[in-house]
Design a binder for this molecule. Structure first.
Ligand code: FAD
Length: 313
C-alpha cells in the first residue's frame, strides 16, 4: 500500500486529525525540517486502537513518534512516513503523595511532571524540570541530568507495539535503558509510565527545582536548540572536547556552536536542518582530527539520506 492510501485510511478513522505534508519545524525545538508525509494527532488510547491496525498491516511504512521534538532533527527533505503526536488524555499526570508515586501519560511534559511531584512532596523527579521533553521521549532516550536519569525513577511503562498491535506492560528491565538509549524502537509508542520518588517536604523539592532552573539559565543557551548535540564519550564531556578545539562560534548558515555551551548548537529563524547536520559532521571531523575521539550524535536524526544514525522506521 502506498503512503497516500495509508493516509486516506487514517483520515477515514480519525477525521480532522490527520494532516499531509505538515511542516516538521512546528513540532521540533530546532524549528526546522521539511514536510511530514502524514501527521496523525492522537488524543486517547481509544484513538490509537482505531489506527494501530492500519499501521500494523503496513510494516513498510515508516513510523515516527514525536513528543515535544526536543531531541529531534528532521531533514529539510522531510519524513516520508507516518508521524504520530500524542496529546489530550495522554498528557494526564496523577500524583500519589502517600506512596511517593507518579503515573503519567506518554505525552505528559517532563517539567510539569517535576513541578507537580515537587508540590505534592515527592522528591527525586526534580531533574525533569530542566528537560523540555515528554514522558515518551524520556523513556526512549533514558533522559537524565543533575546526577539522575529516567532509569533511576521509572518503574514500568505501557507500550503499544505497532509491529503486532499489542500493548504490553514493560518493567524497567524490559525497557533496556542505557546511556541515552533504550530498547524502544520507532514502532513502540509509550502510552503511560509509572515513576517512584521518595517522600520529602514540598519546600525542599521546590528549592531543588529553583536551583536546577537557575543552573540551566546560567550554563545553557535558550532559543532554538535540542539540548546536547552529542553524547558524552566515556570519561569526558563532549562540550569540553568541542571547546578545547576552539569551535565555539563555528557557523554553517543559520546554525552556530553556542558560545555558552559548546555541545549546544543554536539555530536562528529560517535555519535549515541540513545546516545543523553539516555542522554536526564538521564538528565531529574537527574533534576527531584533533583529539582522536569520535563524537556520536545524541540528537535523533530523521530523513537524512546519509545518516547511519537514522531513527524513523
Ligand atoms: C534546552 C534543552 C535541554 C535539554 N536537556 C536535556 C538533559 O539535560 N538531559 C537529556 O537527557 N536530554 C535533554 N534534552 C533533550 C530532550 O529534551 C530529551 O531527550 C527528551 O527526553 C526528549 O523528549 P521529547 O518528547 O522531546 O522527544 P522527541 O524529541 O520528540 O523524540 C525523541 C525520541 O523519542 C521518541 N519518542 C517521543 N515520544 C515517544 C513516545 N510517546 N513513545 C515512543 N517514543 C517516543 C522519538 O521517536 C524519538 O526517537 C534537552 C533538550 C533541550 C531543547
Amino acid at each position: 500500500m502506498t503512503i497516500a492510501t495509508v493516509a486516506a485510511e487514517l483520515e477515514a478513522r480519525l477525521a480532522g486529525r490527520v494532516e499531509r505534508d505538515a511542516p516538521a519545524g512546528a513540532l521540533t525545538t530546532y524549528r526546522c525540517g521539511g514536510p511530514l508525509g502524514v501527521l496523525v494527532r492522537i488524543d486517547s488510547e481509544r484513538d490509537l486502537y482505531d489506527v494501530a491496525p492500519i499501521l500494523v498491516a503496513n510494516p513498510d511504512v515508516a513510523v515516527l513518534p514525536i513528543g515535544r521534538g526536543s531531541n529531534l532533527l528532521i531533514a529539510d527533505a522531510g519524513f516520508a512516513g507516518v508521524a504520530i503526536v500524542l496529546g489530550g488524555e495522554l498528557e494526564q499526570i496523577d500524583v500519589d503523595p502517600a506512596r511517593a508515586r507518579v503515573e503519567a501519560g506518554g505525552a505528559a511534559a517532563l517539567p510539569v511532571l517535576a513541578r507537580q511531584a515537587a508540590k505534592a512532596g515527592i522528591g527525586g523527579l526534580e531533574f525533569y524540570v530542566g528537560i523540555p521533553g515528554s514522558v515518551g521521549g524520556a523513556l526512549r532516550m533514558n533522559a537524565g541530568g543533575h546526577g539522575a536519569q529516567t532509569a533511576d525513577v521509572v518503574t514500568r511503562a505501557r507500550v503499544l507495539d505497532l509491529r503486532d498491535g499489542l500493548t504490553r506492560e514493560l518493567s524497567v528491565d524490559g525497557l533496556g535503558l542505557g546511556y541515552r538509549r533504550s530498547a524502544l524502537g520507532p514502532r513502540h509508542l509509550v502510552l503511560a509510565a509509572g515513576f517512584a520518588g521518595h517522600e520529602d517536604a514540598p519546600s525542599a523539592c521546590e528549592q531543588r527545582i529553583d536551583e536546577i532552573v537557575r543552573w540551566r539559565r546560567k550554563h545553557q543557551p535558550g532559543g532554538q536548540n535540542a539540548g546536547s548535540v552529542f553524547t558524552n564519550p566515556p570519561g569526558d564531556a563532549a562540550g569540553r572536547l568541542i571547546d578545547s578545539c576552539g569551535l565555539k562560534g563555528l557557523r554553517i548558515g543559520g546554525v552556530v556552536v553556542s558560545e555558552k555551551h559548546a555541545n549546544f548548537f543554536a539555530a536562528s529563524t529560517g535555519a535549515r536542518a541540513d545546516d545543523v547536520l553539516a555542522l554536526v559532521r564538521l564538528v565531529q571531523s574537527r574533534v576527531e582530527a584533533e583529539t582522536g575521539v569520535r563524537l556520536e550524535p545524541e540528537v535523533q536524526l530523521v530523513g537524512f539520506a546519509d545518516a547511519s544514525e537514522e531513527v524513523g522506521g
